[in-house]
Each structure stands twice: as C-alpha cells, then as structure tokens.
Ligand binder design. Structure first.
Ligand code: FDA
Length: 323
C-alpha cells in the first residue's frame, strides 16, 4: 500500500510542469538522473551502447520525450528517431530503438502518429532494425495496440509492442498478439491506474506477470521458436523485461520445461538497474538487452524510476550532499 502511494506521488510529479521546471534546474537532480540516463546526446548514448556490447549485452536506444503537442516538436522527434536508426547502422552497434507514440503525434492526431510510425518503420526496415513501441498510460493502450497491429498488417514485421501485467485486459491482448505473432515486451507497468482496470496489489501484478510470461513462451514455441537475429537487432518473440529475480527465475524454469532454446527468448532491463544481474544472465547464454535512454527530456522518465523504489529517494537526496 505504501509503495503504491509512493509511486502515485512520483507519477503525479512526472506530469506537473511546475515540478519539472524546478527539478530540471537543480544540478544535483541532473547528477542523480545520470544514473538512469546515458547522456544528453546520441554520441553519449552510442558510447554507452558500445560499453554494453563489449560486455555481451544488446541495447534498445530511447530518445527521451513524450506527450508532445506541438507540430514542430512532433516532426523533430520523428526526424531524431530516423537519425538514430542511421547512427546505429553507421556505428555498427548491437541496438534497436524504442519509441513512444505520444512523442510522434498521438496526443494531437492519430493519423499523424500512424504516418510517423510507418515512416520510422520504413527506414528501420531498410536498415534491418527493429522498433519497439513503448506502452504509456491507459488512455493510450488501445490506440497503441491498434497502431502496432495496423503497422504489422501494413507489412512492417519489424515492429513490436509492450504489454503491462498490471492491466486486467492484458491476458486478452497477449492471446491476440501471439496469434499473429507480434513481438511482445512484457513489463509490470510504470503508470498510475485505477483498480477498475489494473490490479491494485503487487502480488496480483506479479502472478499475472508469470501467467502472461508462460503464455508468451508457449506462443514462441508454437511459432517455431524464432531466435534473436544474428546481428542482435531483432529480438525473439518474447522479451521478459523485469529486474524481479522471482519473475526471471520463473521464466528460466519455463524456458527449460518447454525445451525452448535460450536465444528464443530475451531478458531486458533498464540502464542503471541491477547491472550485475544483466551480466550474469548474458554470461549464462540468455540474450540480454538494456533499455538506454538519452536526451534532455529526462524529467518524467526519471520521476517514474524514482517512484518504482522508495529507497531511490535516499539515493536522490544523497546527490544533494555531494557538491
Ligand atoms: P519490481 O518493481 O518488483 O522490482 C524488482 C526489483 O528491481 C526491486 O526490488 C529493485 O531491486 C529493482 N528495481 C526495480 N525498479 C527499480 C528502480 N527504479 N531503481 C532501482 N531498482 C529498481 N513500463 C511501462 O509502463 N511501459 C513501458 O514501455 C516500459 N518499458 C520498459 C522496458 C524495460 C526494458 C524495463 C526493464 C521496464 C520497462 N517498464 C515499462 C517499466 C516497468 O513497467 C516497471 O515499472 C519496472 O521495470 C520496475 O518493475 P520490475 O519488473 O523491475 O519489478
């Protein structure tokens, strides 16, 4: 219960412009955020990816930004994503990209965001790069799933979606998506949702995570267990994105039980969280991908990361005392 309240404070703060204005101007907040953010420029981010690649870990680059409502900013966000794809190709790094539809026009005009999504996917397809569409708050869930499904039907198999185990609807969504099959990243969910649509208790979110994980692994098996691509840019069908050791161990047991090859599933974690576990899983032969965010729009992302773990508030404040 306390954890839920803690998260709700930070999710509210992530949307408050007064707080964004104040906090982004504090030097110590920027320093604290740098634990979770690879830097402000694409060059910083590529350097971070090279370090991960050297440790046997793949990446997904995310140019931070969300809830964009200005047409000029939507255009530049779309162009920035296209230039990341070119940079990945030029640098020869083992990375794909993650994007948010609210970054490329969803909050203004659904058709515009679909066009921008397919523009990005066209470029990505020509370079052999996969694009993951992150999942945002529940006001965008249906539109996001529909957009990905449409792009998939339009011939872009290089697109994938994210499903949140805290949502009650997710079991149906997983069943639907694996039947096509569309690539899924499974997460618990980082926003604040009412009990009418989301499980309020952590134990139920976790149990649903295992249930959906099992469905995704069975789906992967039924689809012939496609593997991580040789250039590591296209993930297998099932991506298990969590830092929760119980969930990871459950997935590992099920992978063995079903007789899936290890590289027919991948684990994913966030830049700056449980680095030792990332290396451990990679060393055990599981594809491991780290989500690498960069850019100047780090504020809402950072607030969500703080809200995930009460102990992070001490980590945040300790940066205040470091000059
Ligand atoms: P849980 O919250 O139970 O944490 C398990 C353990 O992990 C904790 O005990 C702690 O040790 C560690 N941990 C977790 N979060 C931490 C933090 N912030 N700081 C330090 N330690 C932490 N969500 C979403 O709604 N849409 C999305 O598109 C994505 N995308 C995404 C991609 C990837 C690769 C990951 C790993 C996660 C996401 N998420 C997301 C976020 C996700 O919904 C969830 O909020 C976080 O992963 C935290 O939940 P865990 O599964 O780690 O479990």
């Amino acid at each position: 219960m306390r954890g839920k309240m803690f998260r709700s404070i930070f999710v509210s703060l992530s949307r408050a412009s007064w707080a964004q204005h104040t906090i982004t101007h504090w030097g110590f907040a920027r320093r604290a955020a740098s634990r979770f953010i690879a830097g402000e420029t694409i060059a910083d981010a590529i350097q971070a990816v090279r370090r991960l690649n050297a440790a046997g870990i793949n990446a997904s680059l995310d140019h931070l930004g969300e809830n964009v409502v200005n047409p000029g900013d939507v255009d530049s966000a779309t162009l920035e994503i296209i230039s990341i794809l070119e940079e990945i190709d030029r640098a020869g790094i083992q990375s794909n990209v993650s994007i948010k539809l609210s970054q490329i026009g969803l909050m203004m005009d659904e058709q515009l965001s679909q066009q921008n999504l397919e523009k990005i996917l066209e470029k990505a397809k020509s370079l052999g790069i996969f694009v993951r569409v992150d999942m945002e708050g529940s006001n965008t869930t249906e539109r996001t799933i529909q957009a990905v499904r449409q792009a998939f039907l339009d011939g872009y198999e290089n697109v994938g979606v994210v499903i949140q185990s805290y949502l009650r609807r997710s079991e149906k969504d997983v069943a639907n998506l694996i039947s096509r099959p569309v690539r899924i990243r499974l997460v618990k969910g980082a926003y604040q949702e009412p009990a009418s649509i989301a499980f309020p208790n952590k134990a139920d979110v976790d149990a649903n995570y295992d249930r959906l994980c099992r469905m995704m692994l069975e789906g992967a098996l039924a689809a012939g267990a496609p593997r991580l691509s040789p250039d590591s840019r296209t993930p297998p069908l099932a991506a298990i994105a969590t830092h929760d050791l119980r969930r990871i161990n459950y997935a590992r047991q099920q992978i063995d039980k079903l007789g899936l090859p290890r590289d027919a599933v991948e684990f994913q974690m966030i830049y700056g969280i449980h680095r030792e576990l990332q290396t451990e899983l990679a060393a055990a032969g599981y594809p491991m991908r780290v989500y690498v965010p960069y850019g100047t729009q780090w504020y809402p992302y950072f607030m969500r990361r703080l809200g995930e773990r009460p102990a992070n508030i001490w980590f945040f404040l300790s940066n205040y005392f470091k000059h």
